[in-house]
Design a protein around this ligand. Structure first.
Ligand code: RUQ
Ligand code: CUA
Length: 674
């Protein structure tokens, strides 16, 4: 039956192939014969060919889905088409990204600097979990949020132009992990801490860990109209120092709640050099850890009533208040859990136990009943009520060794990544029985599914995000790429489709959205400042170019169009402050220019219509070519000019300020692209 299907499929596709294009001369013999020869020559099985047919996207066609993947230690986010698994864009987020001119002089500098913590410039991030904005629990394709585990920050990427618009540093904690999850209408972006520390990051000796070290759940208020996190209206809930891990927001039935895993509820603090057990073993003494259940709507009310204290400008519901007012409840959960994933209907919460063989299915209705009836097993040492584990769960699925994360399809199945076993386990939410295990490459971490975190997942595809890639790709030295494996989950059995090496960092989590939900801009409005969304006050149109000197400040109003800059000669005095205002006059799709002044570390990407402002001090005398860095036309190399800096004390002036002559755009010798 199966091979019949495959043969049928091959036949159909070959027919389509034969009909759509004139075959090159060497393929005039029967297509199926040539394909069989090709298969034999390349050592491909029918299953390989079928997988290729399911993922191949012919030239000129685009993918159905887009994956937004964390770029791990690169600090960036990757946009990947699925099912082709072609890399579409590396989005500069926390790290300067020269190909976008991100962090090299223009408006993006302020975004990156806005993310600085303390007194050190932070130019990298440990990106973990990208999350798409939601409306009624469904991805709406407007924004993407990501967290930086290493430096406790959250970034906002605007999907209108796939550009990072904001990085918000959390002043209270120094690491996060449970982020950047959104509530079902994106009222809040949630960021929960990882390693406990004194809130506000001041020094407290570690032997005061239990008293002074804390965890935190941050609720960043999202202002959708502005497309920014509204820091002033954000707030937090103080948590016990239980090393909170992943988190997820409730939806539908469980809307208004947030669930956070924890480990090391023993509060082990290491001390290996002092002969004490490492955190690793200290954290494995107890039998259970705690699932944290936060009623965020209740917390929001307390915040509105002013029942908070303020730390570093952030209103915080104290641990004491959270315990007393029913904002926070704890439930025992199997040891050392990792992922906590709310089911699409919002009725259940699946927790994967790293050191356990189960996925535990908590039931929200049961939890809510215990909370409402104040049926507690007791309280922890911070006065937080504890709910009974057995009374909170529906059951446990026997998954295998090291279940981590769980995603869902549209047919009532859950897919759990099983780290130690290196498999994807498909199981039924109905009876919690494992149906199939698909071996994936070594040590799968996260897993993602098409529209998998919404109230209506699509099924179709699951991606295994694997930590290692031994025996997989050509050796590139001891630092191997990570490996995505695309699985087809539409049929009765899972099918392995394609491997995609990720050569830029450890991509923890990703989300996959239907591309028709994205409403992406093709060109900017003329003179648009992409960080305000408005025409920039210094936007320069054709004929308005000029150089204006004011004391030691020189303002250059500049335009870029195929294939020249106006002005193309700028002469200033050493020590002058230079404000460049550059507008791209292009309005045709994909007609980008770049701009650099050599040696000044200035690098801009001028997409059609974009306006950029750059301020710097001309502190190096000399002659510096400036040129367009994007091969924009046949006369791209000619799209150049000079930035001249007269040494202090020089009197001759080659081109007096203000003398720049505007070259009418129509005089451009370059034909338009296309
Ligand atoms: S975590 S697998 Cu943020 Cu699971 Cu990486
Ligand atoms: Cu503009 Cu090259």
């Amino acid at each position: 039956m199966k091979s019949f299907v495959i043969r049928g499929l091959l036949g159909v596709s070959l027919l389509a192939l034969a009909c759509s294009k004139p075959a090159p001369p060497q393929q005039t013999i029967g297509a199926s014969k040539s394909v069989k020869e090709l298969m034999a020559a390349r050592g491909l099985t029918e299953a390989d060919v079928e997988a290729a047919l399911r993922t191949y996207v012919p030239t000129g066609k685009s993918d159905d889905y887009m994956i937004f993947a964390s770029g791990g230690q690169s600090g960036q986010v990757l946009a990947i088409g699925a099912p082709s698994m072609r890399l579409l864009k590396v989005i500069g987020v926390f790290t300067p990204e020269p190909w976008q001119g991100y962090g090299y002089g223009g408006g993006s500098n302020a975004v990156i600097e806005g993310g600085n913590q303390g007194t050190h410039k932070i130019t990298w991030a440990d990106v973990h979990h990208p999350n798409l904005s939601e409306t009624k629990g469904d991805y709406d394709g407007e924004f993407l949020f990501v967290n930086d585990k290493a430096n406790a920050r959250v970034a906002v990427v605007d999907l209108k132009d796939f550009t990072t618009k904001q990085i918000v540093p959390n002043p209270l904690v120094s690491s996060d992990h449970g982020g950047a999850f959104v509530t079902p209408n994106t009222d809040y972006v949630i960021e929960t801490s990882q390693y406990p520390a004194p809130l506000g990051r001041e020094y407290v000796p570690i032997d005061q860990y239990k008293d002074k070290y804390r965890g935190l759940a941050m609720f960043w208020k999202f202002d959708r109209a502005k497309g920014r996190i509204d820091v002033a209206n954000s707030w937090a809930v103080e948590l016990p120092p239980y090393t909170q891990d992943l988190a997820d927001a409730g939806k539908l039935d469980s809307d208004g709640f947030v669930f956070i895993n924890s480990f090391n509820t023993e509060m082990a603090i290491g001390g290996t050099l002092e002969g004490k057990p490492p955190i690793e073993s200290g954290a494995s003494q107890g039998d259970m850890d705690y699932l944290h259940v936060i009623d965020w709507k209740k917390a929001e009310k307390l915040v509105a009533e002013g029942k908070t204290s303020t730390i570093k400008g952030i209103r915080v519901v104290s641990l004491d208040t959270a315990g007393k007012e029913g904002v926070l409840h704890l439930i025992g959960e199997p040891k050392s859990p990792h992922g906590v994933d709310v089911t699409p209907d919002g009725k259940e919460i699946v927790v994967g136990g790293k050191l356990d063989t189960h996925a535990t299915v908590f039931n929200f209705e049961k939890i809510k009943k215990l909370i409402d009836g104040k049926q507690y097993d007791g309280k922890d040492s911070y006065g937080v009520p504890i709910l009974n584990f057995q009374a909170s769960i529906r059951g446990q699925a026997e998954i295998g060794l090291g279940p981590l994360h769980t995603v869902y399809d549209n047919k009532g199945f859950a897919y759990t990544s099983v780290f130690i076993e290196s498999v994807v386990a498909k199981w039924s939410l109905k009876d919690l029985k494992v149906i199939e295990k698909m071996p994936v490459h070594y040590n799968i971490g996260h897993i993602l599914a098409a529209e998998g975190d919404t109230v209506s997942p699509d099924g179709k595809y699951v991606v295994a995000m694997n930590k290692m890639s031994m025996d997989r790709f050509t050796n590139v030295g001891p630092l191997y790429p990570q490996n995505f494996q695309l699985l087809d989950v539409d049929g009765e059995k899972m099918r392995m489709l394609v491997d995609m090496p990720i050569g830029i960092g450890e991509p923890h989590y990703s989300q996959m959205i239907k591309v028709d939900k994205l409403k992406t801009t093709k060109v900017y409005k003329m003179g648009e400042n992409v960080y305000t969304g408005q025409k920039d006050p210094s936007a320069t149109l054709a004929g308005q170019e000029k150089i204006v000197r004011n004391g030691t400040t020189v303002d250059v109003y500049m335009t870029a169009i195929r294939s020249h800059f106006t002005p193309d000669r700028i002469e200033v005095d050493e020590g002058d402050t230079v404000n460049l205002h550059i507008t791209s006059l292009e309005q045709s799709e994909d007609q980008t220019h770049g701009f650099t002044i050599n040696m000044y570390n200035i690098d801009l990407s001028l997409e059609p219509g974009k306006h950029e402002n750059v301020t710097f001090v001309a502190d190096m005398a000399g002659v510096y070519p400036m040129y367009c860095t994007e091969f924009c036309s046949a006369l791209h190399l000619e799209m150049a000019g000079y930035f001249l800096v007269k040494p202090k004390g020089t009197t001759t002036t080659a081109a007096p300020a203000g003398s720049a002559s505007a070259v009418p755009a129509a005089a451009s010798a370059a034909p338009p692209k296309k």
